[in-house]
Structure formats: structure tokens, C-alpha cells
Design a protein around this ligand. Structure first.
Ligand code: BES
Ligand code: MN
Ligand code: MN
Length: 457
């Protein structure tokens, strides 16, 4: 098998089709874009059909639809389920983009657009790799596609869809390209993801906004109180102070930590890439550990009072914050949300009332590296990158991975091709053309090795 000739002959078209997809602003968080999210689903369903998929269906849900499509070649061959998401994060703040987020441009061999890497560019690699295998008569596995449009807002309707379509989704392994590699010359395969507990808090003081001169000093200012409460959630060692927060955290063994420390990482490069005076985090852990195998608590947004032009002297009635906690095995989102709620309510002074609203959650996962599927992916990367990939636990979250395991009993291989520097969720998100094409080249080898290794099992 040699994917490169087909890739060479068709790469310009592959890129231009991706650019068309990136022109559709499929922002799931903002209802103003709902027609565009639906248009992105139509576009992908058609591309799946064009590539040769059967039974392509845009399945309605209570939210945005899930696209299903399949190619069943032989019931004796292994079945791979490919998952990806066609929704994207909001592009705000627009003014920080060097070119409009939904008018993709190619600069220095990178495609700049919202969703270029997360996840349109990465899911599109799978559709083109499928086309390539169909055209070359080299599809060695049964293939199922499942593409969702609500990943960035918590995949609220995926659970039910999976439960109702267990038979249709039956597969031997799930493959997802929605993560990254260490560097273009240091391939890696993601071997774990953090879970998530996301809450919104509301602190109420007086029953109305007050003049900060007439009342200041005599009543609790909810914004001041919220800041104190939030500050108290970490101690001087940057440990999280919520009682029981670490109870179920699985500590890595010394061997596992030593293994992790072998992955190339330079803290000076890290600091200079982000223009940081210093790194920061939980005492006793390295930067790589802090951002992958340790749980965290971060404020994602905080507001209240007057934030407009000029000054207004006011004590606001309410203050708000959105807080995310990244979880590691064996914490659960339910447990942590409950512990947060209890603690945050308990530390509130009598002068205010506190409400904690849970948003979405997701469970952490560690994927096996001794499975046939992982080994096949590893060989595929070695084939196309010329180097054996390193397994790396990532700090990001894709809650459906743990869900697939619990609902369908199927493990996932996280075969992502992005880079940390791709600025996902940020202004000027981009995806390297090298990475896009490397993905399309690597994926067919995965199928080849996976089919071969499954047979000789
Ligand atoms: N693709 C990302 C997650 C990711 C990126 C994992 C890079 C590992 C490496 C995904 O689209 C995402 O943004 N997930 C959200 C969680 C979701 C529940 C909103 C996240 O991690 O914040
Ligand atoms: Mn993603
Ligand atoms: Mn994302």
C-alpha cells in the first residue's frame, strides 16, 4: 500500500474542500449560528456519500444532529468507529484575529480559521483517508462514522443517541483525531484525557445595587467576597482546598512518573512561547504532570458590577464566576461537583447567599496502550513519521471517550495530529498543512495494520 501517490494527486482538492467546510461558522454555543451548524452537517453528510459511505443519515437529536455513515465490507473484518465533531468554539474576540475566523487563509503552510484544527481539519482527514482507501480498493476494515455538532457545549444529546443506537454503533475500536502530537518531529499518541466538572456560581449581597459611598464599608460587597472565596480554593502550595477533593485521585507510581519525564519538554521554551515570567502550579509536580495527570480548578470567567467606560461608584448586588475543574482517574464529575457545592456554600459568610449551578461534566479516561488497536496506531505513526510515537496523557477533555467505554464497552485510540501551538479555542487558530496531509497518510496504515493484527490474533 502506498497512500502518497493518491495524496499527491489530490491534496489541493482535499485542502480546498476543508477550506469550504471552514467557511461555515458552525458555532454550537451561539443560537445565532444554528443554520450554519446545520449546513456544516449537510456538507459533511454529502462528503461522506461522495467518498463512498453507505446509509449516510443526518440523525436528529434534541440539539444538533449526529451524522452517521458506514462502509461494511465483510462481517468477518474488524469494525472501526470514527468519531469527530463539526461544531466549533465561538471565534470571540474577533478583533484579535489577523484574518476573519471564517474566511480561511493559508499562511506559511498553515490554514488559519476557527475549527481548522479543532476539529474540522482533523475529522476531515478521516473522510479523505476513507476516500483514498475506497479509490485504491484498500479498505481492510468495516468503517462507521459518527460526527456530532455539540462537543464544544458538552455533548448533551450524545448519551441518549448512543444508548438508542447501540447495535448500529457496535465496533471493535473507536478512533478519534481531536488531540495532538508533541511536535512534527516527535510523534505521540494520546493515552488519557482529563474529566471535567463545570459549575457557575452566583453570590448575592444586598437586594439591589448600592452607592459605594453611602453603603461602602458597612455591607458585604459580593464581588470582594467572591474573590476571597475563590482565592481560598487554593492553598500556598497550590493544592485545592475543597475537603475530599483528592480522595480518589490515583497517584502515579515512581516508574510511571519517570517514564513521563522522558518525553521531551523544555521549560524555558515553554515560558518563552507563552511569554511567562515563570511557570506556576501544584507543589511537588512538574509542568507536564500539572497539565495532565493532576486535577485542577480554574476560573474561566468572572463578572459583576460596572465594567463599562469610565467609573461608576457602585456595590453590585451580585457577582458571578464560571469555574472548571479538570479531573483525573478515579475522580468522578458527580462526586467533585457535589464536594465543590458543599464547600463553596459552607465557606460563604452570612452576609451573602451563594448559588452553585452545575453545568456539564465528563469523566477522565486512560486508554490502553497494550491493545492491538494502539499497537496498530503506533506502527502507522512509525511508518509515516519515521519514529515510534510516545504515549502521552493529555490535559484536555473529550467526555465521550469515557462514555463510549461505559455505554458500549469500546476503547478509543486517540490519534490526533494537532500541535499545542495551533491555538485551539483562541484567536488565530490554525492547522498545519503538513499535519493535515500527514493524518490522511497515516490513517490508512492504521487500518492496514489493525486488520492484519486482528487476523493473526
Ligand atoms: N479537542 C478538544 C479537547 C482536546 C484538545 C483534548 C487537545 C486534548 C488535546 C475538545 O474539542 C475540547 O475542547 N474539549 C473541551 C471539553 C468540552 C466538554 C467542552 C475541553 O477540553 O475544554
Ligand atoms: Mn475538539
Ligand atoms: Mn474544543
Amino acid at each position: 500500500m502506498n497512500p502518497t501517490s493518491y495524496l499527491e494527486a489530490n491534496k489541493d482538492r482535499f485542502i480546498s474542500e476543508l477550506l469550504d467546510l471552514l467557511r461555515i461558522p458552525s458555532v454550537s454555543a451561539d443560537p445565532a449560528f444554528s443554520n450554519d451548524v446545520l449546513r456544516a452537517a449537510d456538507y459533511l453528510a454529502q462528503k461522506l456519500r461522495d467518498a463512498g459511505a453507505d446509509n449516510v443519515e443526518i440523525c436528529p437529536t434534541a440539539g444538533y444532529p449526529i451524522i452517521y455513515g458506514e462502509k461494511i465490507i465483510d462481517s468477518a473484518s474488524p469494525t472501526v468507529l470514527v468519531y469527530g465533531h463539526y461544531d466549533v468554539q465561538p471565534a470571540d474576540p474577533y478583533e484579535l484575529w489577523h484574518s476573519p475566523p471564517f474566511e480561511p487563509v493559508i499562511k506559511e503552510n498553515k490554514i488559519y480559521a476557527r475549527g481548522a484544527c479543532d476539529d474540522k481539519g482533523q475529522l476531515y482527514m478521516h473522510i479523505k483517508a476513507f476516500e483514498l482507501m475506497m479509490q485504491q480498493n484498500q479498505l481492510p476494515c468495516n468503517l462507521k462514522f459518527m460526527l456530532e455538532g455539540e462537543e464544544e457545549i458538552g455533548s448533551n444529546n450524545l448519551d441518549i443517541f448512543v444508548q438508542q443506537n447501540k447495535a448500529r454503533l457496535q465496533a471493535d475500536v473507536i478512533v478519534i483525531s481531536d488531540t495532538g502530537i508533541i511536535a512534527n518531529d516527535v510523534p505521540s499518541i494520546t493515552s488519557g484525557l482529563r474529566g471535567m466538572s463545570y459549575v457557575e456560581v452566583e453570590v448575592t449581597g444586598p437586594n439591589r445595587d448600592l452607592h459605594s459611598g453611602l453603603y461602602g464599608g458597612a455591607v458585604a460587597n459580593p464581588i470582594n467576597v467572591l474573590c476571597q472565596m475563590i482565592a481560598s480554593l487554593h492553598d500556598e502550595n497550590n493544592h485545592i482546598t475543597i475537603p475530599g477533593f483528592y480522595d480518589n485521585v490515583q497517584e502515579l507510581t515512581a516508574e510511571e512518573r519517570a517514564e513521563m519525564a522522558k518525553a521531551p519538554f523544555n521549560v524555558e521554551d515553554y515560558k518563552s512561547a507563552l511569554q511567562l515570567g515563570d511557570v506556576h502550579g501544584e507543589a511537588g509536580y512538574s509542568t507536564m504532570e500539572r497539565n495532565s495527570i493532576r486535577p485542577t480548578l480554574d476560573v474561566n470567567g468572572i463578572w459583576g458590577g460596572y465594567t463599562g467606560e469610565g467609573a461608576k461608584t457602585v456595590i453590585a448586588s451580585k457577582a458571578f464566576a464560571k469555574i472548571s475543574m479538570r479531573l483525573v482517574p478515579n475522580q468522578t464529575s458527580e462526586e467533585i461537583t457535589e464536594k465543590f457545592k458543599k464547600h463553596f456554600t459552607a465557606i460563604a459568610p452570612k452576609s451573602v447567599t451563594v448559588q452553585v449551578k452545575p453545568h456539564h461534566g465528563g469523566e477522565p479516561v486512560v486508554t490502553p496502550t497494550n491493545s492491538i488497536a494502539y499497537q496498530a496506531a503506533s506502527r502507522a505513526f512509525e511508518q509515516t513519521f519515521g519514529k515510534k510515537p510516545i504515549p502521552v496523557r493529555s490535559g484536555g477533555s473529550i467526555p465521550i471517550v469515557a462514555m463510549f467505554k461505559s455505554e458500549l464497552g469500546i476503547d478509543t485510540v486517540l490519534m490526533g495530529f494537532g500541535l499545542d501551538s495551533d491555538a485551539i479555542h483562541s484567536p488565530n487558530e490554525h492547522y498545519g498543512i503538513f499535519n493535515f496531509l500527514k493524518g490522511i497518510e497515516t490513517i490508512p496504515y492504521f487500518y492496514k495494520f489493525y486488520a492484519e493484527m486482528s487476523k493473526s490474533k
